[in-house]
Design a protein. Structure first.
Length: 287
């Protein structure tokens, strides 16, 4: 078996990312039955794409959402576009950068089918499994180790959870498959004549939040009606700003001993949470 070449430099999250909150999760429609086959694209077959796990996994996430199978030419096209976006040939890329590129490319090329948008969510979210059960694929990164590979390769089940970390990174998709959370990996670790079939897939016994070598942030794609796209963008930008304000106010409350100021910050956060609830109602109507 070949040595796997890893291609994720970092998550690359940004403060402007839309954060998925409870209201968004409530409004997410169920996609389809969870035992259906999900799309996998094998980066290992293309020598030029062995470090393109961020691209291949992000496109796999779109395929799962839209029930659309990309051609090899389309995969190569997006991979090539990434080199014009500060990516260096022979190196991997950032999860966020790949998700953003794939999203924009899809909306330009296939937006007539349906526009898409993306959200960021923490692996520590208590509702992560709920999102997976609804049929959504989430995309993120982990640090591969020899112990990790040996664990899942013996029976296609990752039994352990504490693998530590290293300097390598590999982007993967996580799905809900036959009632179990599973990894969908675009790298087989060996040559194959088929670039989009029979890739790595294995069950996760533990919650994503418990896996020590999985990085904090994940992304997922959602459908957005074209007529509502600009309004949804505006609302999500406003929501992100409010969430940041709530977080900053909460931190300030713990730093100050002035009870009057603490109460003022608490009142401001209550008002902001009311605004969030209203935004989520509007977003639900637009979905």
């Amino acid at each position: 078996m070949e040595e796997i070449i890893y291609g994720c430099l970092w998550i690359g999250e940004e403060n402007t990312d839309y954060l998925l909150c409870d209201g968004d999760i409530d409004s997410l429609p169920n996609l389809y039955k969870q035992n259906e086959t999900r799309f996998e694209y094998n980066q290992a077959n293309q020598s030029r794409s062995k470090v393109s796990c961020t691209i291949f996994s992000a496109m796999g996430m779109v395929s799962d959402l839209m029930d659309y199978e990309f051609s090899l030419d389309e995969l190569k096209e997006v991979d090539e576009l990434s080199y014009g976006k500060w990516r260096i040939r022979g190196q991997g890329w950032y999860v966020k950068s790949a998700v953003d590129l794939v999203c924009k490319w899809w909306n330009e090329k296939h937006g007539d089918l349906w526009k898409i948008a993306y959200y960021r969510i923490s692996k520590f979210s208590e509702r992560l499994d709920e999102i997976l059960e609804k049929g959504y694929t989430i995309n993120g990164n982990f640090c591969p180790t020899g112990e990790y590979s040996a664990d899942y390769r013996k029976d296609a089940i990752l039994d352990w959870y504490d693998f530590g970390t290293n300097k390598n990174g590999h982007a993967i998709d996580i799905i809900w498959n036959n009632g179990k959370r599973s990894v969908k990996d675009s790298y087989k670790g060996r040559k194959t004549s088929d670039w989009k079939k029979d890739c790595n897939r294995y069950e996760l016994k533990h919650k994503v939040s418990e896996l020590t070598n999985y990085w904090t942030w994940f992304y997922l794609f959602t459908k957005v009606a074209e007529d509502n796209l600009e309004r949804v963008k505006e609302l999500n930008e406003f929501k992100t700003l409010i969430l940041q304000t709530i977080d900053n106010n909460s931190k300030m409350r713990h730093l100050t001993e002035d009870t009057t100021y603490q109460n003022k910050l608490h009142t401001m956060n209550e008002s902001n949470r009311a605004k969030l609830e209203d935004i989520n109602i509007q977003l639900k109507k637009l979905s």
